[in-house]
Design a protein around this ligand. Structure first.
Ligand code: UN1
Length: 513
């Protein structure tokens, strides 16, 4: 059971009552805005309260960020990498405390809270390496004594809007890469997890201070939707990276579109695993169960649909029943439990009404989903995950219910499975479970999965930071984290250099005076 108390964690991060929700990096603005409370979904305990960032504080912060950009972009990229290296060390030092805070505030199992901080450490390491690898290309010119090359330059202040389900890791994917690229960051975390964000800001502040860096490199603004809108509409912010629901992303994209800004969107998923009759079912069941119930089904990568070859449908159903019967729902800080609470009662109600709708649509219950009551479940946020068979044309199956709900869909041929798989508006993550190499490659091919992530013999969630992360269609098209995602945080400049003493024109055009 829990050894470190929540009070010890709050003390460690100096999370005092009515903490300021606006910071330029090291300093905190005076608490002036309305109060946002942080309540743990584990037991409804009040963890703390935060002043939201006011409009005038936002103005001040945005100006400070612009000033800081002038300094930060002038540092050599490997010097910026050195700061990120120190942040990685800071995170290593605070891993246990931050992981626990995330579990308390968001409700995810401690293992996942610690995993989230590990993901932050990993992206720091990646960003440090990247700081010496912001490569541009050179290309031959068609003109004599000319050289063409590309350079990558920073954009300016980058706005980061993050969601409650990954209160700290997704911010770090964006911030570490954005910083190494020479940008400064303004972070608006979810107002459901403000304390985890403040704790991160404090870890960063120490390093900024030790390195005598100016205010404005790492700004934090805590507030509601209006503050997010303010950021999205702000012409001084060339790039917004937003994670959250498709509804939120569409609103943000409109504001950014109006001012022709850039955006990276990582929105809803409706991820499926195709289970072939040639699958190793031991792997398939483990992947499906972790994908469906991990983080209580509140990952954008959570498995929401299983598309199962008819020959193995019955066996998969039976094995799922066996696996679900072993699941323990309860206090996420107790390592015996697999599933913690949903983020709030509202989420539990949405889960319940989705089940109601499934039943009205003639869905068949394989494992009953329900809101749990009784001892340990008093917060009203705990649910038992559900599994249902439903006709795939049902509208509800095309929507992302952010809870542990799994749909089973039978198929005959792999072509049919792929068609069913792709027939949803979202396109984040996908997987096929098969030992057949032809099936695996078909799924990964251009006529296979239409998602940004497509896996073989592993589930839909739990991606590593080294790959580019994001998806297509209503998932928004953005890519974050590894591979060459960094390019979205920079502007490309094409340089043509004439080292001769004549001025030949391209395309053979003659213009003699
Ligand atoms: C999210 O849910 O927004 O791949 C991110 C995963 C995690 C990240 C999920 N590494 O499941």
């Amino acid at each position: 059971m829990e050894k470190t108390t929540i009070q010890e964690i709050l003390d460690y991060f100096k999370l005092t009552e009515n903490h300021s929700g606006a910071s330029t990096g090291i300093k905190w603005e005076p608490g002036e805005g309305s109060i946002i409370v942080s309540k743990s979904p584990i037991n409804s305990q009040l963890l703390g309260s935060v002043h939201s960032c006011t409009e005038s504080q936002y103005e001040k912060l945005a100006e400070q960020a612009l000033l800081a950009f002038g300094h930060w972009r002038g540092l050599p990229a490997p010097k910026r990498g050195e700061i990120i290296r120190q942040i990685g060390l800071g995170l290593r030092e605070s891993k246990e405390m931050l992981g626990r805070l995330v579990s308390h505030e968001m409700g995810k199992p401690l293992q996942e809270g610690l995993g989230e901080v590990q993901e932050m450490i990993d992206i720091c390491d990646f960003a440090v390496g990247l700081s010496r690898q912001l490569y541009g290309k050179t290309m031959p010119s068609e003109r004599p004594q000319h050289q063409i090359m590309e350079q990558w330059h920073p954009l300016g202040p980058v706005g980061i809007i993050s969601a409650f389900n990954f209160p700290v890791a997704v911010w770090s994917w964006n911030a570490m890469i954005a910083w190494v690229c020479g940008n400064v960051c303004i972070w608006k975390p979810s107002e459901k997890t403000p304390l985890s964000a403040i704790a991160c800001q404090k870890i960063i502040a120490k390093i900024l201070k030790e390195n005598k860096l100016p205010e404005g490199i790492s700004s934090l603004i805590i507030g509601d939707k209006t503050l997010g809108e303010r950021l999205a509409k702000d012409k001084r912010i060339p790039l917004i990276s937003a994670t959250g629901s498709t509804k939120m992303g569409k609103a943000v994209a409109q504001h950014i579109g109006e001012r022709l800004g850039k955006c990276i969107l990582e929105l809803g998923g409706n991820n499926a695993i195709v289970i072939s009759n040639k699958a190793n079912l031991d792997l398939a069941i483990r992947a499906a169960v972790f994908g469906a119930v991990g983080t209580a089904g509140q990952r954008c990568t959570s498995t929401r649909r299983l598309i199962i070859q008819r020959d193995v449908v019955e066996e998969v159903k039976e094995r799922l029943k066996g696996a679900y019967a072993q699941l323990k729902v309860g206090d996420p800080l107790d390592e015996n439990n697999h599933i913690g609470p949903l983020i709030d009662q509202e989420a539990a109600k949405q889960f319940e009404s989705a089940i109601q709708k499934i039943k009205e649509l003639g869905g068949r219950e394989v494992i009953a989903g329900s809101i749990l009551e009784g001892e340990g479940y008093e917060s009203g946020c705990y649910v038992h995950p559900g599994v249902y068979e439903l006709d795939p044309s049902a509208e509800i199956m095309k929507e992302e219910t952010f809870a542990p709900l799994l749909y089973l869909i039978p198929y005959e041929t792999l072509e049919e499975a792929i068609a069913l798989h792709n027939n949803v508006p979202q396109g984040l993550s996908s997987a096929i479970m098969t030992q057949d190499v032809s099936e695996a490659h078909l799924f990964l091919s251009a006529i296979g999965s239409d998602c940004g992530i497509a896996n073989v013999n592993i589930g839909t969630s739990g991606a590593e930071i080294g790959g580019a992360f994001g998806g297509e269609k209503e998932t928004g098209g953005g890519r974050e984290s590894g591979s060459d995602s960094w390019k979205a945080y920079m502007r490309r400049q094409t340089n043509t250099i004439n080292f001769g003493q004549t001025l030949p024109l391209a395309q053979g055009i003659k213009f003699d005076l």
